[in-house]
Design a protein around this ligand. Structure first.
Ligand SMILES: Nc1ncnc2c1ncn2[C@@H]1O[C@H](COP(=O)(O)OP(=O)(O)OP(=O)(O)O)[C@@H](O)[C@H]1O
Ligand code: SF4
Ligand SMILES: [Mg+2]
Length: 341
């Protein structure tokens, strides 16, 4: 990868757990616990994982809405993890699951989309025409929608307004946190198509957060699989989703019904229980209490899973090593899918 647009190294966000009358700190929720990745200009990296694994915290920490406990975030060569500046606030924008959850429902669409322009000092006279253009860009007719109020819009239209607002300052990077999960399935495809078109036209870079593998499949170039605050697998979309190398990725995928055929129930990998408490993660490999691969290993090998935390390391699955190592797949597991058979 040539110089990445965004580079994240060892990022952590721990939330203190306080208890007792004196509210003393008694522990920490390790929401994000040592995440590293690069994002090239124009590409889409999707972060996928179960609810509570730290996806939103990662997104918010990367864009400076939340302060990291440790680690470094670099954007276009500048370190931003110790405080973001005005240029970063313009160049990096976020699209939320419900764009109106943080906005005033009594503002018109025109004002909602114009607000970032006002904050960044654009003259009022120049705004209206530009906002109308932005509405057209996201597939909304300004004549119908400029003066509309959020409650008059459908879910899909609301998300289009959210995207128009995020585009207003001509950003380079959009962080999309579950952008379609609040929408009906029938509306999702239109929004994902819009995101793809905008990326092609504007050269946008996306960090997409989703718990939904089918959404990820439609837009991502690379995929990071997150479990209890850590990435357990990171690689090209086809590699990770078609030939998962980490048992958690395998289990996550086997719980997703395929479009064409349901997986054979005998071949489905069960993901037992729910994720452990991120304030008290399991020793060694955090996935070990739920891991089907570990169940097949002999005792000595299985003991290693409890004793030693696997690092996210390069995994060449046979064949020639790739010329660009950054495109290679990294996996945090001591073993391989076929081990123990
Ligand atoms: N402000 C906070 N204070 C304390 N704990 C928090 C805070 N925000 C998040 N957490 C905890 O951090 C962990 C990760 O939460 P996060 O919202 O990042 O997960 P997520 O992957 O986005 O989940 P979802 O798919 O449900 O949106 C959870 O255990 C959550 O309860
Ligand atoms: S290190 Fe062990 S417990 Fe962890 S994913 Fe690999 S096989 Fe499973
Ligand atoms: Mg979330």
């Amino acid at each position: 990868m040539s110089d990445p647009l965004l580079s994240v190294r060892g990022l952590k966000r721990h939330y203190p757990v306080r208890s007792g009358i004196l509210k003393r700190k008694t522990g920490a929720v390790r929401a994000v616990d040592g995440v590293s990745f690069d994002l090239a200009a124009g590409e889409t990296l999707a972060v996928v994982g179960e609810s509570g694994c730290g996806k939103s915290t990662l997104a918010e920490t990367v864009i400076g809405l939340d302060e990291p406990t440790a680690g470094e975030v670099t954007f276009d060569g500048e370190t931003v993890s110790d405080g973001v500046d005005k240029a970063f606030r313009r160049r990096v924008q976020m699209v939320f699951q419900d764009p109106f959850s943080t906005l005033n429902e009594r503002m018109t669409v025109g004002r909602i989309v114009a607000e970032p322009l006002a904050i960044h000092g654009q003259r009022e006279d120049d705004r209206a025409a530009y906002v109308r253009e932005l509405l057209e860009t996201v597939g909304l007719d300004p004549a119908d929608h400029y003066d509309a109020f959020p409650h008059e819009l459908s879910g899909g239209q609301r998300q289009r307004v959210g995207i128009a607002r995020a585009l207003a300052l001509e950003p380079d990077l959009l962080v999309l946190d579950e952008p379609v999960s609040a929408l009906d399935v029938s509306v999702r495809a239109g929004i994902l198509e819009l995101l793809r078109e905008l990326q092609a036209e504007r050269g946008l870079t996306y960090l997409l957060i989703s718990h939904d593998v089918s959404v990820v499949r439609q837009v991502a170039d690379r995929v990071a699989v997150m479990y209890l605050g850590e990435f357990v697998e990171l690689g090209a979309l086809g590699d990770v989703l078609d030939e998962p190398a980490h048992p958690y990725t395998e289990a996550l995928l086997s719980s997703v019904p395929r479009v064409r055929a349901e997986p054979d129930p005998d071949e489905r990998i069960r993901l037992p229980g729910s994720p452990p408490d991120p304030a008290d993660p399991p020793a060694g490999c955090r996935f070990h209490p739920r891991c089907h691969l570990r169940d097949r290993l002999d005792d000595d090998a299985a003991a290693r899973c409890v004793a030693e935390a696997p690092e996210l390391t390069e995994r060449e699955d046979g064949g020639e090593p790739r010329p660009d190592a950054d495109d290679g797949r990294t996996v945090a597991c001591h073993f391989r899918p076929g081990d123990g058979e």
